[in-house]
Write a protein that binds this ligand. Structure first.
Ligand code: ATP
Length: 264
């Protein structure tokens, strides 16, 4: 099935979502949906509410108001691990890796969310645990080969190049077998070569049938990869559409491009 066949299938629906911190309305009555199989970008100036939106979708924080639905399931305010079990996984703006874990171990931890492996059976080494562990290790092998990290599987994740550390995070997110992957500024701080390679990886992930919601400032990335773009400003939706529509929109040029120039 190609993307155009999927355009009417919303995988994620955000409705009237709001979150304030003190007097700051970080996300304000935000409504939008993500179509299955799309690469959907969220853009907006610094402080527009993008990361807060991701934190609300993935259960890191709870909204003051509004709803998040994944297919037909209301996932609003569920615990993060429960949301991951529904099929929503994410990476964070700042890379978060344990310093004393290898690449393989880091990604293996991600599979535990899926298998529901618990510490007690792990200690007792029950037959059921051993079988789950074998399946999980096979899955990690496939993922590491897919993201191009198999050769460095035994190295400490936190000691890899920045681009490869980001790959580890993506691999860990893929280990939960998501249908929707949220990437929060995944190419921030990357050099052009690393950025290009990660863009190729996102395309490959998407071609595996995984929908991607991505926060990015890099307009080349956004315009090249996105099927749909939602622009937010002051926590509210400003405009939505394809790259062609967004680039020409006066409100975007004023609010977003203007701010970028101001920051330059
Ligand atoms: N935990 C928090 N406590 C207080 N204020 C917060 C908190 N998290 C976010 N904010 C505020 O909410 C607003 C939106 O922040 P958010 O980080 O979501 O923006 P952003 O679009 O992701 O920005 P950037 O592009 O710089 O990462 C900002 O004014 C920010 O200072």
């Amino acid at each position: 099935m190609n993307k155009s066949d999927m355009t009417d299938t919303a995988i994620l629906t955000v409705k009237g979502l709001s979150k304030s911190f003190g007097g700051v309305k970080a996300v304000n009555d935000l409504t939008f949906s993500v179509q299955k199989n799309h690469i959907h970008a969220i853009i907006g100036p610094n402080g527009a509410g993008k990361s807060t939106l991701f934190n609300l979708i993935t259960g890191i924080i709870s909204p003051d108001d509004g709803e998040v639905r994944f297919f037909n399931n209301n996932i609003t305010s569920l615990r993060s691990d429960r949301i991951a079990q529904h099929g929503v996984s994410r990476t964070f703006q700042n890379i978060r890796l344990f310093p004393d874990m290898t690449v393989f171990e880091t990604v293996l931890i991600g599979t535990y969310l899926l298998t529901g492996a618990k510490l007690v059976p792990a200690i007792l080494l029950t037959k059921s645990f051993r079988e789950k562990e074998k399946t999980a290790r096979k899955s990690v092998e496939e993922i590491l080969k897919f993201v191009g990290l198999w050769d460095v599987r035994d190295e400490y994740a936190a000691q890899l190049s920045y681009g490869n550390q980001r790959r580890v995070e993506i691999a860990r997110a893929l280990a939960t077998k998501p249908q929707l992957l949220l990437l929060d500024e995944p190419t921030a701080g990357m050099n052009p070569k690393e950025t290009k390679e990660l863009m190729n990886l996102f395309t490959a992930v998407n071609e595996e049938g995984i929908t991607i919601l991505i926060i990015a400032h890099d307009m080349n990335l956004v315009n090249t990869l996105s099927d749909q773009i939602t622009v937010i400003n002051f926590g509210e939706k400003l405009v939505e559409g394809t790259a062609d529509v967004i680039q020409k929109h006066p409100a975007v040029i004023e609010a977003y491009m203007g701010k970028v120039e101001a920051n330059a």
